[in-house]
Design a protein around this ligand. Sequence first.
Ligand code: PCP
Length: 383
Amino acid sequence: MKFSIVDPEEIEEGITTDVYFLRTEEILRKKGINPWVVAEVTVSDIKNPPIGSIRGDWGVLAGTEDVAHLFEKKSVDIYAMEEGTIFYPNEPVLRIEGRYLDFARYETPLLGFLCHQSGIATKAARARLAAGDVPLISFGTRRQHPALALIIERCAYIGGMDGVSNVAAARHLGIRASGTMPHSLIICFSDQKKAWKAFDEVIDKSIPRICLCDTYCDEKTEAIMACETLGNSLHAVRLDTPSSRRGNFRKVVEEVRWELDIRGFKDVGIFVSGGIDEQDIIELRDIVSGFGVGSSVANARAIDFALDIVEIEGKPCAKRGKRGGKKQIYRNWETMEDEIRIDDGKEGLLKPLIRDGEIVRKFSLERARERVMKQLRVLNRSK
Ligand code: PCP
């Protein structure tokens, strides 16, 4: 199997499932049991600390488009929150209605789509809240299997990041790939100045000149060298200081800022990367012009969603730790506070996604991202 990637057909057939679901199917079929059920996807706990003084016990839903394609032409009805909706623990983000054997084996890929993608989108949204308006670029696809590049960058973008570095992913997303320069470029020239000059001569003029300034010398020494080398064409310096040298990174950035300013380079920005997470963003956002964030978003912890039957043949049921009955969520959009009630037919956050096997929703990357940004503004106001 090239690059260890399963075929999409195996996902669609429900083969990428846990074996106990196939055993369950075999038993229920042999015993002639196939009840009409309602099953809900919820997460019991979101262990995320506050971002500054903003609550952290929420997640951003992502992956519903993949879920829709997974269940297309299957005899189920699915209701789900819109992609990009902020959710809280214990509230259903998605609900399936149908005969259990029509979807049993798909629990694994269903949860896989939602857990992984919502984890990344949530972490990106946390970085967004921490950064305010300071630009955030996703640099992290190198930390995961390349088959996941588009998923990672799409969820990072939906979560509120401004750009992505992965070329293939950016192309699929219809946005321009963003990035600077690697240490390898400088090392190939064995000279920072020659490498920066070559970048300036060769690379399309529309690309901002952001010189990496931490390869051989102290950050401020190289930042001054970059200004003297590229002058007015220099847009910013990138500090990717390794942890072995980082110490108090804010003090390093402040020092670089001072030395640039006193030499008249007040317009040259300072872009930082390397192990950046929300806490670093909060500590640096007032003195930097942008962040490159890799591992902390690309390797984000998955949201531990579970799928649980909550109604069988019209009667509420639930395992311990879960609440029975078919629910709907009603949100006060001014305060982002939710009320969970037994579904009484009134419109709530759970809206039709699949109706008898047909996708009944249009998907938009930009609308999903704007939905996140709008909700983050409310969370920020409500702190
Ligand atoms: C890394 C590379 C990534 C940055 C750090 C973000 O630096 O620039 O884009 O990665 P992180 O948030 O996962 O730490 P290096 O590993 O030095 O790579 P390069 O020399 O290509 O910049």
